[in-house]
Each structure stands twice: as C-alpha cells, then as structure tokens.
Design a protein around this ligand. Sequence first.
Ligand code: NAD
Ligand code: TYD
Length: 345
Amino acid sequence: MASTYLITGGCGFIGSNFILRLLRQRQDANVINLDKLTYAGNQDNLRDIAGDPRYRFVQGDITDAALVGELMEGADRVVNFAAETHVDRSLMEPGAFIQTDVYGTYVLLEAARQARVERFLHMSTDEVYGDVPEGQTSRETDALNPRSPYAASKAGAEMQCRAYIETYGLPVVIARPANNVGPRQHVEKLVPLFTTNALRDEPLPVYGDGRQQRDWLFVEDNCEALDLILHEGEPGEVYNVGAGNHLYNIDVAHLILDLTEKPRSLITHVEDRAGHDRRYAVNSDKLRALGWAPRHDATAGIQKAVEWYLQNRWWWEKVRDESFQEYYDKQYGKRLAEAKPDHRE
Ligand code: NAD
Ligand code: TYD
C-alpha cells in the first residue's frame, strides 16, 4: 500500500538528498515537501523530480499551525528536516533558531498527535552533546550540553519530542547525525565554502588554530541511516549517526586545496568562532546493531563532495549571490582584514 511522507525542509541539503533517495528506493512512497524556502532552501535541489506525480511541493512555514494541520491529515510518516542550521548565523541572530527549530517542532508534533501519524522522525544533531574531549565518544544516554544558540535550539526541539513521546505516546524517533558532507550543501558550511573559495582563488578562513575535529559523514550514508531509523527504529528511541571519520579542520583545508590543485598559501587563520566546540564524536553502536554501516571514509566523502562542486559551478554560483556576499562580508570581512595568511605549512 502507498505511504505518504510529509517531509519538512526538503529543499535544503540533507532533505533534498533524502527525498531523491526515498523516491528512488521506495516505489510506494508519495512525498509532500513543506519548505519555507529561506536563504538555505533551493528548488534547484529537486528540479529532477519537479514533474514526478509522487512528489508535491508546498511552500510554507512549519510554524503555521493551520497549514501544518491540513498537510498532516494526509500523512502516514513525518520527517522533520526544517531548521535554521548554521552555527555562525546563530551567533548573530539566535531568535530565528528558537522560532523554527523549537517552536516549529512543537507545531509539527502537536499536528502529528492530532492526526495519529504512524511515525515521526526528528532530525537532531550530535552538537547537542557539546564539546567532547579527545578519547571519548557520546552515547545516546549521555546528558545534553549544547553550547551554541544553534545547538541549544536543537536540544530544545528534542525536549519537545521527548515530552510528546512520554506524555502522549507519539511514535517519535530521533536521529543525532554528525557533520554531513556531499552534493547540494549550502556554501556557508566548511567544505563548500572552502571548495568554492579555492576555485575563486580566495582565502580559506580557518577559525583559530584549525585543530578542531569533526566526524565527516557522507550525506548518502546519513540518508541510508535515516531511512533505517524511520522504518526500523524503536519508537521513542534516539540514534546517533556517526561514521568515525574524524579529521582536523586544517587537514580538511589541505585536502580541499590538493583536490582543487590550489596553493596552501590560501589558508588564512582568522579569529576563532565564539564558544567553538573543539570536537564532536558519537558512538553509533545502537544504529549499527540495526544493520547500518557507512560506505565512505572521510577522504572519500569529501572527495565526492568537492568533485560535485567542480562539476556544478552553475549551482553554487547562483547560491553565492549578493545576499550571500553581504553575509560573507559581515561574517569574515573584519576577520580576514586582520588576519595574516599562513605560510607555515
Ligand atoms: P539546510 O540549512 O541545508 O536546509 C534547511 C531547510 O529548511 C531549507 O530548505 C529551508 O528553506 C527550510 N526551512 C528553514 N526554516 C523553515 C521553516 N520555518 N519552515 C519550513 N522550512 C524551513 O539544512 P541541512 O544541512 O539539510 O540540515 C537538515 C536538518 O538536519 C536540520 O534539522 C539540521 O539541524 C540537521 N542536521 C544537519 C547536519 C549537517 O551536517 N548539515 C548534521 C546534523 C543534523
Ligand atoms: P560548519 O560547517 O559550520 O559546521 P559545524 O560548526 O556545525 O560543525 O563548520 C565545521 C568546522 O569548520 C567547525 O569547527 C568550524 C570550522 N569552520 C572554519 O574554520 N571556517 C569557516 O569558515 C567555517 C564555515 C567553519
């Protein structure tokens, strides 16, 4: 029997990859994509399925209870990707994060409860655990210790999920993925920013000493995990999604420069991000017990991503528009002016 998936934030990076995969893999799936088309939403991401009768796009806001209630009536499963997602922007304007990530999640949960949906997958993040010391990994049962306004808003959303699980028995499953990398990621994030800056022969602004670590999860591997959690996960449970692909940011910068054949002198150490978490690392045994394993190591994932940006210049040149340049100048202008290029390497 056909199933209808209400997917929010489907015009963004992970959401678009997830929808393309879902429609490819599950012939019985119909998708309603509710997306506000903020600066991060991009209809180019789903142009390949624009005419697919199994796909319907609705432009709207997840905080709009009337619209969400109406769409939820026809949904069997919900996947909530919609969010404000960039840590650096959350340092400048935290309000939008609370509004969409926390309040918006509540609106979706309440509508899902009324409509008695079969399953609700909520996208959280490994950033809710906060900074993780070298040698340690976060488990699903660990306390949450968010340190940025973005991470705090994601933790707040999770607490709403928890309340709906415990109070109303809503069948919510929660995923906490690591840093994704891959095609169609907005150019504000590390790998696309450094790749496109390199291709434009512009400096790569490395925050602080560049010795912060992230676990680079290829987006296709994440989408496979999310599909598994949505369909096979235990209601009420939380699943970490990490590949164990740890790299220092500075090594990511080196890799990107090698792949784009640009000089190391583009690396420019700039003033660090306020409250910067140095390391994220999750233990994914619980998810692996469901049968998941990543197919890409860090280098392979970043290489595939860089190749995509090399081949899809039309996509990112459109995204790096005037309003992005305005953001870029605000975020990096002063830092770059005060920094010195790093020729040590
Ligand atoms: P993204 O910024 O690329 O896309 C977000 C999408 O949500 C955009 O299409 C945007 O238009 C839409 N949106 C924003 N506010 C909305 C609103 N009020 N109503 C409806 N739509 C709205 O984000 P992403 O990187 O694809 O991340 C997707 C989800 O996964 C987020 O919840 C994020 O917190 C989580 N996550 C991301 C990563 C990562 O590395 N990218 C890692 C872990 C978790
Ligand atoms: P980002 O892609 O913003 O993801 P997150 O902060 O959610 O992990 O950043 C990844 C890492 O790269 C993080 O340690 C911050 C660092 N970074 C830079 O050094 N320079 C930059 O210009 C950006 C965007 C990020």
